[in-house]
Design a protein around this ligand. Structure first.
Ligand SMILES: NC(=O)c1ccc[n+]([C@@H]2O[C@H](COP(=O)([O-])OP(=O)(O)OC[C@H]3O[C@@H](n4cnc5c(N)ncnc54)[C@H](OP(=O)(O)O)[C@@H]3O)[C@@H](O)[C@H]2O)c1
Length: 264
């Protein structure tokens, strides 16, 4: 199926690893040019070079921490300089937390608010006018199943991801007149390097291997009995970027192997 994405320009935050990198690969395979950002320069450079080599598309990588306004401004300036704007924005960068509400200080709440919500606000504000001038665009926000079904150990993650879902809905309403489609994706368990690292740490010196540990988590939570690969999740993102998904707007799509326990 031709997804009609050739020569579009996509901006992906956190594009150097995990789901973000898989989305970058999926879009590059469709002939989409890319602007990626991440904090770690080495991994970012590696991703940029391999995408250029493998898919022959234009790719820039800007070292930026999206929880910081000045970094987002620098990323935005890099995108404008290289591409003059963008057709697709994927607000993907994010990470889990671990705390109790009674013990977490204000600073931690503020950090995750900036990372999960303000990054999406600021990048949308910078790029949506340029999308409008190009005739339209797509903004996808990567939230989490935890926005609806909280995990007990990460209340700050749950709350800020829930806020991102509501931001996404409000933005969708505001941008529909400009032919900009905004949607949210809520993934469940996705086997990214971060999960592998955590599993290795938690099983060090124990009778269980990190693979068995992850298998247990998947079987206990997702009815499908396994983690998703980043590529399986990226496929949904790529489809939603495409004009083939032209009636998809203002929605939240779950991709969770049946983990969500309620009907929404
Ligand atoms: N994996 C899952 O099971 C799962 C499930 C539901 C939702 N999600 C969501 O999916 C998104 C991606 O998760 P993932 O599992 O793919 O994570 P990951 O494997 O840890 O990759 C995260 C990517 O984001 C970058 N990043 C992290 N913090 C950043 C920051 N402050 N500024 C700029 N870039 C940053 C990382 O590079 P640097 O570290 O170099 O900055 C990396 O490129 C997150 O928003 C996460 O909440 C994941």
């Amino acid at each position: 199926m031709d997804l009609g994405l050739k020569n579009k320009v996509a901006v992906i935050t956190g594009g150097s690893a995990g789901i973000g990198l898989a989305i970058a690969q999926g879009l590059a395979a469709e002939g989409v040019h890319l602007a990626l950002c991440a904090r770690g320069e080495e991994r970012l450079k590696e991703a940029v070079n391999s995408l250029r080599q493998e898919y022959g598309v234009r790719v820039i990588g800007v070292r930026a921490d999206v929880s910081k306004r000045e970094d987002i401004d620098r990323f935005g300036a890099g995108i404008e300089k290289e591409f003059g704007g963008a057709d697709i924005l994927i607000n993907n960068a994010g990470t889990g937390s671990e705390e109790t509400i009674l013990e977490a200080p204000d600073e931690k709440w503020q950090y995750y608010w900036d990372l999960h919500v303000m990054a999406a606000v600021r990048l949308s504000r910078a790029l949506a006018p340029l999308m409008r001038d190009r005739g339209g665009g797509v903004i996808l926000n990567n939230a989490s199943i935890c926005a609806t079904q909280p995990l007990y150990y990460e209340p700050i993650y749950n709350v800020t991801k829930a806020a991102l879902v509501m931001f996404s809905k409000c933005l969708a309403n505001e941008l529909i007149p400009y032919n900009i489609r905004v949607n949210t994706i809520n993934p469940g368990l996705v086997l990214t390097p971060d999960w592998q690292k955590t599993a290795k740490l938690l099983t060090e010196g124990k009778d269980i291997t990190w693979e068995e540990y992850l298998d247990q988590i998947a079987k206990e939570n997702a009815p499908i009995g396994r983690f998703a690969s980043p590529e399986e999740v990226a496929n949904l993102f790529v489809f939603l970027c495409s004009p083939r998904a032209s009636y998809c707007v203002g929605s939240t799509y779950y991709i969770d192997g049946g983990w969500l326990k309620v009907v929404t």
